[in-house]
Design a protein around this ligand. Structure first.
Ligand code: PLP
Length: 399
């Protein structure tokens, strides 16, 4: 179908920049593409499909339940909506209006990031604690568990925790505070795969809901993600997301996802209805999740390492120092860094030349000020490696 995009005047990107949404995420795994084609050709009951997804996500994560969303950001929105509305159809009907309802999420200042707008979109208010003092030279103290405890009160709906390899305080410390105060912890773990063990880790550490991307390393549709967590909160998320244009007397949702007997009746379309997901995204995500787990960290790491090694071999003679970044554990992504003798100007020139070249190549841009260009293998096929190396040689005029 490259012919279709070409006719539209859209140039494909050889993506050595990683699973960036602005670059359409990564290529979708073949197993997922096949599942998407099957789902696209027929109709299903979306609640039944989500109930099946819930069982699969529960198996893979160890959580009570799960729900497929059009990305981790929408999983955060739905997770926050679930923590605020719980199983009250009256609250659901008013969302994102939350006056008089506990809707505060306590969050460390250092965890604030551009994606927390998703939590605020559900009607939540973020209450910041701690002080990530990076500039005074006094040492980084960040946030302490007791500061979270002090910030929790009658208006608190939950705690927002952003998982990164070195996040402080640790999730078990925050879970201890949350359990004491009886508020749920919502974890943003969007990009914390691999290692595959993280599928279970945050649930095992006591998170009530965890949001992951399906379009990052999992290799599902770019507009997919999921929530894993407590069954009652997943039910609330489902009720605020599923299309509820239903005849009340004839409404029979799958009991495992939504126990209708616990409700006065079906709520109206919820705050998450605008985050609609297609059957093909749900099916594609589930197939990709299976393939991600089946491949395993070691095989995935070896595949990625071979790609960056081939690019490195192709870049010998570059006007800079090549550094293969391998973390020593198979749960990390191996990368290739090129530290250019020409510094920031040379890095920016290379990035732009790659972007303007044919084929068009995208690389990680974050270290350009240090004169470094980084090649990330996650969105590259084995066959792409030699094409990226050739494009970089051409951009560096290495002949
Ligand atoms: C990528 C990312 C998101 C958003 O994930 P999508 O699946 O693109 O919606 C949210 N939070 C963090 C920390 C991320 O890295």
């Amino acid at each position: 179908m490259a012919g279709f995009l070409e006719a539209m005047g859209v140039r494909p990107v050889l993506n050595a920049a990683g699973t960036l949404t602005r670059l359409s995420g990564g290529p979708i795994r073949p197993e997922a593409v096949a599942a998407m084609a099957e789902a696209a050709s027929l109709c299903v009951d979306m609640a039944e499909l989500q109930a099946a997804a819930s069982r699969r996500i529960a198996d893979v994560t160890g959580a009570e339940a799960g729900y497929v969303t059009p990305g981790a950001a929408s999983a955060l929105l739905l997770g926050a909506a679930a923590a605020i509305a719980r199983l009250s159809t009256a609250r659901m009907a008013r969302m994102p209006e939350t006056a008089g309802v506990p809707a505060d999420f306590v969050v460390a200042r250092s965890h604030r990031n551009s994606y927390d707008v998703a939590v605020r979109t559900a009607g939540a208010r973020l209450v910041e604690v701690g002080l990530p003092d990076r500039l005074s030279g006094a040492g980084v103290r960040d946030a302490e568990p007791h500061e979270y405890a002090d910030a929790i009160g009658p208006a608190t709906a939950g705690i927002l925790f952003v998982a990164q390899p070195g996040t402080l305080p640790t999730l078990p410390q925050i879970v201890a505070v949350a359990r004491e105060a009886e508020v749920p912890v919502l974890v943003d773990a969007a990009a914390q795969l691999p290692p595959a063990a993280n599928l279970r880790r945050f649930i095992a550490e006591g998170a009530d809901l965890v949001a992951f991307s399906g379009g990052k390393a999992i290799g599902g549709p770019p507009a997919s993600g999921f929530l894993a967590g407590r069954a009652d909160l997943v039910t609330s998320a489902a009720l605020q997301h599923l299309d509820l244009d239903v005849v009340a007397e004839l409404w029979r949702p799958p009991v495992a996802l939504i126990d209708a007997a616990r409700l006065k009746g079906p709520p109206r379309h919820g705050v998450g209805r605008a985050c609609k997901i297609g059957k093909e995204q749900v099916a594609g995500f589930l197939a990709a999740l299976d393939a991600f787990v089946a491949e395993g960290d070691a095989a995935r790491h070896a595949r990625w390492l071979a790609i960056v090694e081939e690019i490195a071999a192709g870049l010998s003679g570059s006007p800079g120092r090549l550094e293969l970044r391998v973390a020593g554990d198979t749960g990390a992504v191996p990368k290739l860094a090129l530290h250019l003798h020409g510094g920031a100007d040379a890095a920016r020139a290379l990035i732009l030349a790659l972007e303007d070249g044919t084929p068009r190549v995208a690389v990680e841009q974050g270290a350009h000020r240090a004169g470094t260009v980084v090649f990330n293998p996650v969105c590259l096929s084995t066959a792409d490696a030699s094409l990226v190396a050739a494009a970089a040689r051409a951009a560096l005029a290495l002949g």
